[in-house]
Design a protein around this ligand. Structure first.
Ligand SMILES: Nc1ncnc2c1ncn2[C@@H]1O[C@H](COP(=O)(O)OP(=O)(O)OP(=O)(O)O)[C@@H](O)[C@H]1O
Ligand SMILES: [Mg+2]
Length: 354
């Protein structure tokens, strides 16, 4: 029964997963062929510039994008195919999501306590009293002061940070197998952020829940994720165990993204800064590698062909001229020598840059 064991161990498996939006200009390929596998109890951090498809990927998997999308490839949750299937039966029981913007995801006309206690009553069969007590316990756990009083308040009566904590309580109330947290802590101050993230990790270690954390904060990605996935233009540029990625990043996009950080080893949380240039058009984007127009390493082939994925010891990357390899070093040196790349991007040589 090995197969069954494998299935129970893998919580989420995406294979060439795609999400497109119909627009006037054509299909906007927000997620363009993502493959990943998430094991029970493990955490994946997704990083990437704004617009790279992080939210669409996860809302797509959750089935929260409505009917007007074109979904393709495969997304299996605990061995069951999700694509073209309703996912409602999993919501609030098996998988939960903490949203980037808690204002839009709480029900404005329902008391916050009820928003947590209702799913407990519905899905866990708790009595009204028990659900209320558990809700107050959860509010206390996530650091909501005067939880009993808060129970009877509406979202608009709470600050952004408190609303976010209510969202986290809802997600935790159901003890999901998969928790997706989309920038879970952006509206919280740094100490609260740390507390909430520690709390999620603590709950995870007790319940063996799997997590996907979408973040712009590399400190979070490094400190709390087993694996990091780097997204760009709806694609996976690179994916590796967290430390491996920091020690030996292979993709020029990862390098550009991470080098915008002043000090990589700074223990303080460091948010990503923009890379020069613009993210690709997802309707009518580059033919070859999507990063080519902004890449210092770009050669002719990068403009016409999609780089194949290399997988080396659990470290996956899609690039013809990976950072630090002979091919990569040569590509960069030749571009620096002529002062521009195959796409015409002007670059400075190393000595000039310093
Ligand atoms: N309903 C929609 N219709 C058309 N395009 C959309 C729609 N929703 C999102 N997109 C596009 O999909 C792409 C990916 O967006 P997404 O919100 O996933 O980015 P993100 O990586 O989460 O960015 P951020 O870091 O800013 O949250 C963007 O180009 C966005 O404009
Ligand atoms: Mg997003």
């Amino acid at each position: 029964m090995l197969r069954e064991t494998e299935e129970t161990e893998t919580i989420l498996k995406l294979t060439d997963y795609r999400v497109g939006f119909r627009t006037e200009r054509g299909l906007a390929k927000a997620v363009d062929g993502v493959s990943l596998s998430l094991k029970r109890g493990s955490t994946l951090a997704i990083v990437g510039e704004s617009g790279s498809g992080k939210t669409v990927l996860n809302r797509g998997v959750m089935g929260l994008l409505g009917a007007n999308i074109i979904e393709g490839g495969s997304a299996e949750f605990q061995g069951k195919e999700l694509v073209n299937e309703s996912r409602q039966k999993f919501w609030g029981i098996k998988m939960a999501m903490i949203f980037q913007d808690p204002m839009t995801s709480l029900n404005p006309v329902m008391k916050v306590g009820k928003q947590v206690s209702e799913p407990l009553r519905l899905h866990q069969g708790m009595s009204k009293k028990a659900a209320r007590e558990r809700t107050i316990e959860l509010f206390t756990l996530v650091g909501i002061p005067e939880p009993a009083q808060r129970f009877n308040e509406y979202p608009h009566q709470l600050s952004g940070g408190m609303r976010q904590r209510v969202m986290i309580s809802i997600a935790l109330a159901i003890d999901p197998d998969l928790l997706i947290a989309d920038e879970p802590t952006t509206s919280l101050d740094v100490t609260v952020q740390k507390y909430i993230l520690d709390l999620l990790v603590e709950i995870q270690s007790k319940s063996d829940m799997s997590m996907i954390i979408i973040t712009h904060d590399l400190g979070v990605a490094r400190g709390r994720a087993d694996e990091i996935m780097v997204m760009y233009g709806g694609r996976v540029m690179e994916m590796a165990p967290a430390e491996t990625l920091f020690q030996s990043m292979m993709h020029p996009y990862t390098e550009a993204l991470f080098s915008s950080i002043p000090r990589l080893n700074d223990p303080k949380h460091t948010r990503l800064k923009p890379i020069e240039g613009f993210p690709p058009d997802i309707v009518d984007g580059p033919q070859g590698c999507k990063f080519a127009p902004r890449c210092k390493y770009a050669q002719d082939i990068c403009l016409t062909a999609h780089p194949p994925e290399t997988i080396d010891n659990g470290h996956a990357y899609s690039c013809f001229f990976p950072v630090g390899t002979d091919a990569g070093i040569q590509a960069l040196e030749s571009n620096e020598a002529r002062g521009f790349t195959a796409t015409g991007l002007k670059i400075k040589s190393k000595s000039e840059a310093i």
